[in-house]
Design a protein around this ligand. Structure first.
Ligand code: MOS
Length: 749
């Protein structure tokens, strides 16, 4: 280890650190005053408006478009169809990595799913573009589409990026043979569509060889690479701004066809283009959570110990690309079971390609598995929490690895205490509220892997004693920039106000993807490293200089705090950043940092965040109306950078879990394949009146292995556990086990 590295030994000093402070959002004022500029708020000079024309059939071909009528309409500038779409440098059907999706960009007359863009109309105003689109009056040759899971399945190679489709541990047949009881049930989850408040949008402008883009993205660098490939541009000549996202949830992780069509429209017309999806256009070309049918089989012995677990998922994908909701994986890490088998099969149907949607796999898989665990607990005559404790995994079942940390028992205990779980009668239909409604209590376990990708950041300390931290990171509304600014300030030894945190454009260091609940770990550790690196440089200037009070401190080290470096062994020996730089004749000093997951730690440990969710529902016995009275979630996810943001992430995830259990479902018309509820009136999501009594408990957890800052990620875990806790509470209230989601009035009547 170099002398420089010894200057900032770990664990880093937390004295006066901004890490752990419940700061309010750095961007809060901008958002509530309307000063935050979203992609669609940009209006470059000479701007044209483009709209996509979505296919109204799900399978077949376009036989005619009245392009002449649309073109003749006042204000219409151009109509882009397969006839005149500019050539691309790369076939958009190709994909070089599993995070990319195949696109058909007006490649031919074929229609592969309802909502597929079949033309783009470009006009001087949005109104003219929409009117022109209406005049296209497409005619189709329609074939009967398949939009259900009943079609012939196939066996995929993998699910999700790099996960094997099938995994086995132990002797599953022997496990079931040894069981005193086998519980088997089939659960169904519907297609769900990401419905960020901000739809997909792009403002695209070419200037010579350069392309300027305003578009919300969860992956600036990945988007830039994808667009560079499609359009044959040098990545450095593509400048993407994505300062604010009005939600992403996975659907803005990859470039999808509407954004690419917006750029093509700019190429075709030679003018800047704005293309913003209408709400109903969000149902098709920008990904969704594919429907699943999951068969779960559990063996239990006479004492209620699991003897075997088998989880098979049938998942839908499109005809032209593959993304299978990896629902079966969740049981690989949850309970102590000697034999387990998880597998997936795919069904190709006439839908847009499914994609990553908040907790892909874990959300849909845990609602099934954790319902099944509840069924097994009843079959064993045990309290559902006692059953889970009986089957508590001390090591990860699939791998046999120890957990890097696992405060799940504390989550169970704190959640149960707060909720009052110990008063729960074992049998269903035992509790009523004063108005006669049936009350039910249910619980479930939450789990999400602690992921981390590669990220970079650049730190600067300026002669005036302030700092700059640059990281091309993404704030989707989760509060990332607030948390990153806190980590930056901590790493630089400055108060948060003294650090200029710069983010959200592709010209900054690539801070990694905001997905898989990995962003705080990835970008946060890169920021941490960049800060440490610049402090090391600054320290080496001081300790090597005889005129510094820190001269010769190299052997014992110095600590950065409140804009000063201080000797570790002598608080009175210190010097300000400003003085060090001034003496050195430097305006500023800069350093870069990089973070990536530690392969050795990954090899040695299983890394997951955990939680427990407890739910109370009231069900009207005559009307079947379900109300959620209370939801208590207790989560342990390593170090908390900002408890206010983390609590907000947990609550948001829990609300989505409630939505999964009780509200969300895209309904296909089986004759046309179209989604009949592609709007916010009928694609139900919870409203304020549906949400009450929510509580998230932040259970302390220290993880020395997961990454230097000990961060596990909190964006997705809240949606896991919650759905099943509600389904289990509905069973406890009514005695009816509903296995098809969402659960509605009809199912419980
Ligand atoms: Mo998330 S589905 O990884 O954006």
């Amino acid at each position: 280890m170099s002398e420089i590295a010894q200057l900032t030994p770990g664990p880093r000093q937390r004295h006066g650190s901004s890490i752990g402070q419940p700061l309010t959002r750095a961007d809060g004022r901008l958002k509530v005053t309307g000063a935050a500029i979203y992609a669609a708020d940009n209006h470059p000079d000479g701007l044209l408006h483009a709209v996509i024309v979505p296919a109204k059939i799900a399978r077949g071909r376009v036989t005619s478009l009245d392009v002449a009528a649309a073109r003749a309409h006042q204000g219409v500038v151009e109509v882009m169809t397969p006839e005149n779409r500019p050539p691309l440098a790369m076939d958009p059907y190709e994909k070089s990595n599993p995070l990319m999706f195949r696109m058909h960009l007006l490649s031919d007359a074929t229609v592969r799913y309802a909502g597929e863009p079949i033309a783009v109309v470009i006009a001087e105003t949005l109104e003219a573009a929409k009117e022109g689109a209406a005049l296209l009056a497409p005619r189709y040759e329609a074939e009967t589409p398949e939009v259900t899971l009943d079609a012939e399945p196939y066996t995929p190679e993998a699910v999700g990026p790099g996960q094997p489709a099938e995994a086995t541990k132990g002797d599953v047949d022997a496990g079931f043979a040894a069981a005193a009881q086998v519980i088997e049930a089939v659960y169904e989850t519907p297609p769900q569509y990401h419905n960020a408040m901000e739809p997909h949008a792009i403002v695209a402008r070419f200037d010579g060889d350069s392309l300027f883009l305003d578009m919300p993205t969860q992956g600036l660098a990945m988007s830039r690479m994808r667009i560079a490939g499609l359009f044959g541009l040098t990545p450095e000549n593509i400048h993407i701004r994505s300062p604010f996202l009005g939600g992403g949830f996975g659907s803005k992780g990859s470039v999808s066809s509407p954004e690419a069509l917006g750029i093509l429209a700019a190429q075709l017309t030679g003018r800047p283009i704005k293309l913003v999806l209408a709400r109903e256009e969000m149902f098709g070309p920008v990904g969704h959570r594919g429907q699943t049918r999951q068969t779960v089989r559990l063996g239990i012995d006479a004492e209620g110990a699991l003897t075997a677990l088998d989880h098979l998922t049938r998942a839908a994908t499109s005809r032209f690309d593959e993304f299978l909701e990896p629902s079966s994986g969740v049981g690989q890490s949850l309970y102590n079971v000697p034999a387990l088998h998880t597998a997936h099969e795919g069904v190709r149907i006439d839908i847009g390609t499914p994609s990553f949607m908040r907790a892909p796999g874990e959300a849909s898989g845990s609602i099934a598995l954790e319902s099944a665990i509840d069924e097994a607990a009843y079959a064993a005559g045990m309290d559902p929490l006692a059953f889970r404790l009986k089957n508590y995994a001390e090591v990860e079942p699939i791998s046999g690895k120890p957990f890097s940390s696992k405060a799940l028992k504390e989550c169970y205990r704190e959640g149960a205490e707060r909720f009052g779980w110990s008063d729960r009668p074992l049998q269903p239909r035992q509790m009523r509220d004063p108005s006669g409604r049936l009350l039910g209590w249910g619980m479930a376990t939450a789990i999400f892997p602690a992921l981390m990708f590669q990220g970079n950041a650049r730190a600067v300390i300026r002669r005036d004693g302030t700092g700059v931290m640059e990281a091309g990171a993404h704030d989707m509304g989760q509060g990332a920039w607030t948390a990153f600014a806190q980590i930056a300030a901590d790493s630089l030894g400055l108060p948060v106000e003294a650090v200029d945190f710069r983010s959200g454009t592709s010209d900054l260091p690539d801070a990694g993807l905001a997905g898989g609940s990995s962003h705080t770990a990835t970008a946060g550790n890169a920021i941490h490293r960049a800060g440490a690196a610049v402090i090391d440089k600054l320290a080496s200037l001081a300790v090597a200089n005889e005129r510094s009070p820190l001269f010769g401190a190299g052997n014992v080290g110095v600590v950065a705090r409140e804009g000063r470096l201080t000797r570790r062994d002598d608080e009175t020996a210190s010097e300000s950043f400003a003085d060090i730089l001034t003496r050195a004749g430097l305006d500023e000093i800069a350093a870069e940092g990089q973070a990536a997951s530690d392969a050795a730690a990954q090899e040695a440990y299983a890394m997951h965040a955990h939680g427990a969710v407890f739910a109370e529902v009231a069900v009207d016995p005559e009307l079947g109306q379900i109300r959620v009275n209370r939801l208590v979630g207790a989560f342990a996810a390593g170090r908390v950078i900002n408890p206010r943001m983390v609590e907000s992430q947990y609550l948001g995830g829990m609300i989505w879990g409630l939505s999964f259990a009780l509200h969300e479902k895209a309904v296909h018309d089986r004759r046309t394949g179209r989604i009949v509820n592609a709007n916010f009136a009928e694609y139900r999501v919870p409203v304020n009146a549906d949400i009450q009594g929510l509580e998230a408990i932040l259970v302390p957890e220290e993880d020395p292995h997961v990454n230097p800052l000990g961060i596990k990620g909190v964006g997705e875990i809240g949606i896991t556990g919650t759905g099943a806790a509600l389904a289990n509470a509905i069973f406890h209230a009514t005695g009816k086990r509903v296995r098809s989601f969402p659960i509605g009035l009809a199912e419980v009547m």
